[in-house]
Design a protein around this ligand. Sequence first.
Ligand SMILES: Cc1cc2nc3c(=O)[nH]c(=O)nc-3n(C[C@H](O)[C@H](O)[C@H](O)COP(=O)(O)O)c2cc1C
Length: 189
Amino acid sequence: MNAVIEAIRTRRAVRTYQSKPVPRDIVNVIIDAGNEAPSAMNSQPWRFVVIEDGEVRKKLLKAALPNAKKILESVRESDPARYEAITKRLNELPDPVYYSAPVIVFVIGSGRYAHHSCPLACENMMLAAHSLGLGSCWVGFGSMVTEDKEVKRILDLSDDETIFGPILLGYPEGYPERPPKKEPTVKWV
Ligand SMILES: Cc1cc2nc3c(=O)[nH]c(=O)nc-3n(C[C@H](O)[C@H](O)[C@H](O)COP(=O)(O)O)c2cc1C
């Protein structure tokens, strides 16, 4: 099969990682793939912050976890199955937000085109990672760190910027099954 289609079909959100570090030149190839994404008006409204440091990862987790728990409460009634699954992860894993991934890439965007364009950079990165034998996961819970002054300083995050992702990267420890996907709704005219 065509390699791109194959990568799109087989990429999965990976939530278990080996502790083995990811070489920086590989992370750079993945970031370059993100940087090649299309963007409205070719605005390229993104920048990248790569977190490898263990102490910083602990600070991120401390900042994100209470917010992840709050959001989770809001789906308790509307989506009980998802609530149960995520609660299990929160209770059992040492790092239920960033899944102890060795690399966390914050994609940070600003300006009117960021919301349309930055997710394309994220998807390019996840596909590139997959094609290189790495696992990846967009962890929205992991973006909920913006109330923490120290984390904001580490990310150089200003008030007009938004975090997309972050995107976890690492060598997978096991590979997830394809979750159920709906058939596309398509109208041909
Ligand atoms: C915007 C966005 C936010 C996400 N946030 C999380 C998250 O916080 N934690 C998590 O484990 N997975 C997160 N995911 C991954 C999705 O759960 C995953 O993509 C989905 O279940 C489909 O699985 P697949 O990526 O293997 O096809 C997120 C994905 C997207 C696109």
